[in-house]
Design a protein around this ligand. Sequence first.
Ligand code: 48H
Length: 252
Amino acid sequence: MEEQIISKAIIETYFKELLSNLDVDVAVAGAGPSGLVCAYYLASAGRRVAVFERHLKVGGGMPAGGMMFNNIVVQEEAKSIMEEFGITLKKYAEGLYTADAVETMSGISFKTVKAGVKIFNLISVEDVVVRDNRITGAVLNWSAVDIARLHVDPLGIKSKVVVDATGHESEVCRLVEKKTGGIKVAGEKSMWAERGEKALAENTKEVSPGLFVCGMAANAVAGSHRMGAIFGGMLLSGKKVSALILEKLKSA
Ligand code: 48H
């Protein structure tokens, strides 16, 4: 096997995938639990979805569990989503389960890719495309460019919808706030698990035409509480935002 064939195989197949994701239904920023679950349900419903993840690994904050004790807690309401991904749940108390964080993260990402989602890791969403006050695409750059602080111009893609699933930083919403003034990011409040989880469902929504927010980013935008290493809300938020987007795309 010649080395150049290995290189050609990687470069050709990667660029084919990149080219076929320049115009998608949904571009998701962030491959944490909420972004992946959202992408999975959208792709399962036949939508073309690309996920862009800043880091080398996927899963966001999930593999770290709580304070690096890598188990997570999931409540009854999210049990069926865990089952959908084939994750082993251990009952801990009435209505409360634990799961292995690494199994959960790898199970969710595996099925998401199998559902037809391309996850582009090492690529960050650094801006959005706006036309007539509507977000119509995402602006991408290699994360390494940002880390090295190099002056490298980005590339833009077209997407009917952009999802901010960037977690605590709510990065996409913050840049839309800065550039268009169309939304206000309140910033998350201190830890209160019950309230944070409850508020998340309500905060998961379209915040600006063409821009949806889910997961921790949704609570950060709305100014709701954080909740620690309970992940049911993140999964439910990812599923909910996929349903809202499917509805929106149906009527578009
Ligand atoms: C591309 C980006 C960009 C960008 C960031 O933090 P996440 O795991 O997000 P959620 O909302 O799915 O899950 C939150 C959960 O992990 C958590 O932190 C909880 C429950 N905290 C509670 C508490 O009290 O602390 O994942 C977000 C992902 C990460 O992988 C980032 O690298 C990535 O988004 N990301 N990707 N472009 N501009 N910004």
